[in-house]
Ligand binder design. Structure first.
Ligand code: TXA
Ligand code: MG
Length: 341
């Protein structure tokens, strides 16, 4: 059974994972955001396996994971612009944690990792298992989310097996991911600070930390952007069509509908109509509508409902500010295909 690749991350298991990785194999690792599909970032052949396993286009670069800031020198340009260094120092208050920085790279990083760009994306995860593993390896780990390309990111070990059970050697089971959405990605160059992907570390937190404006990568979600090659419009799509609840009238719903609500529906408002609607499955992500909780539960709920053979999933929307910016980013992309057709 592929399920038995799921391994409790004891000290011995982490050592075994490090040996597999040194040997060029793929190991799925828990992080505080989502599970990652890891390979030795300095081993070109191993990294090729990641792209093959996920069905990921070679034009979409990977994030390199480090155990601490001293390891930045493994992958970044030794002659960074002083302003970039200064900004890294300030932003390192979010490390270890769900922040990825895109920085000028050095020659040790194989081109396949960066899709030939002159920058490298780096992050220091806070999940203890990930950090212990990177320490045990002694080399950086390239790791995209451990899902097939364009599917929803995994927040449980079993999600990895569902999508990549045959491709991965071992899944270190670190339990459910604490944040549930992928890291915030910020690009630093000599001039600008640009947010390429929103996450649970918010744009305001970055701006306040640096005392500077944060540009936002324009979300045309075009499929050809070089600045943020992975920010494609139709990404994170479940197999079942998914729409925002306010995009379609209840009367027009197909028979087998699932509903993902951020908070319990209210009996005294416009929600009343929905309360009476015979949804086949209803998932309430937070008893209080707390957006951090919504973020944590969202991908798991989408996956559960995607297994139910439904005609349509309906999901709430929220204000695109704070953590809501990341939630709406993922949902706008998840609903893009269904909304157009
Ligand atoms: O939370 C996360 O970031 C998770 C965990 C596993 O760390 N990883 C993750 O990786 O979400 P992935 O591959 O699913 O998303 C990485 C994103 C992609 O959109 C990619 O295009 C972008 O990072 N990226 C990587 N290197 C880049 C670079 N040099 N310049 C611009 N974007 C880059
Ligand atoms: Mg991904």
């Amino acid at each position: 059974m592929r399920r038995n690749k799921i391994t409790t991350p004891t000290f011995e298991a982490i050592q075994r994972a490090a040996v597999l990785l040194a040997d060029g194999q793929l190991v799925a690792i828990p992080t505080e955001t989502v599970y990652g599909l890891a390979a030795n970032a300095l081993d070109e052949l191993a990294v090729k396996r990641i792209f093959a396993a996920k069905g990921r286009p070679a034009t979409n670069p990977l994030i390199v994971h480090l155990a601490d800031v001293t390891q930045l020198a493994w992958v970044t340009d030794p002659n960074l612009d002083p302003i970039v260094t200064q900004r890294i120092n300030k932003l390192s208050q979010f490390w270890p944690g769900p922040l990825t920085l895109v920085l000028p790279r050095n020659a040790a990083v194989p081109d396949i990792v960066t899709a030939g760009l002159d920058t490298v994306a780096v992050r220091i995860p806070s999940h203890e298992v990930a950090r212990q593993l990177i320490h045990a390896c002694g080399f950086p780990l390239a790791a995209p989310s451990a899902n097939r390309s364009n599917y929803v990111s995994p927040t449980l070990a079993i999600h990895v097996i569902e999508g990549l059970g045959d491709e991965v050697e071992m899944v270190l089971d670190g339990g459910p991911c604490g944040h549930g959405l992928e890291s915030t990605i910020v690009k630093l160059d000599g001039q600008n600070v640009t947010m390429l992907r929103p996450g649970v570390i918010t744009r305001d937190q970055i701006a306040n930390c640096l005392g500077t404006d944060v540009l936002v990568h324009s979300h045309d979600h075009g499929n050809t952007s070089l600045l943020a090659p992975g920010m494609m419009r139709e990404h994170y799509s479940p197999t079942t069509p998914i729409r925002f609840v306010d995009e379609i009238a209840l009367a027009d719903l197909p028979p087998r509908c699932g509903r993902i609500a951020f908070a319990p529906l209210a009996t005294d408002s416009s929600d009343r109509e929905q309360l009476l609607h015979p949804f086949i499955r209803m998932e309430v992500l937070s008893p209080t509508g707390d957006l951090s909780e919504v973020a944590r539960e969202l991908f798991g709920a989408i996956r559960r409902l995607d297994h139910e053979n439904l005609d349509l999933l309906l999901v709430d929307r929220c204000e695109p500010t704070g953590v809501g910016e990341a939630i709406m980013d993922r949902l706008t992309r998840a609903t893009a295909k269904s909304s157009r057709s």
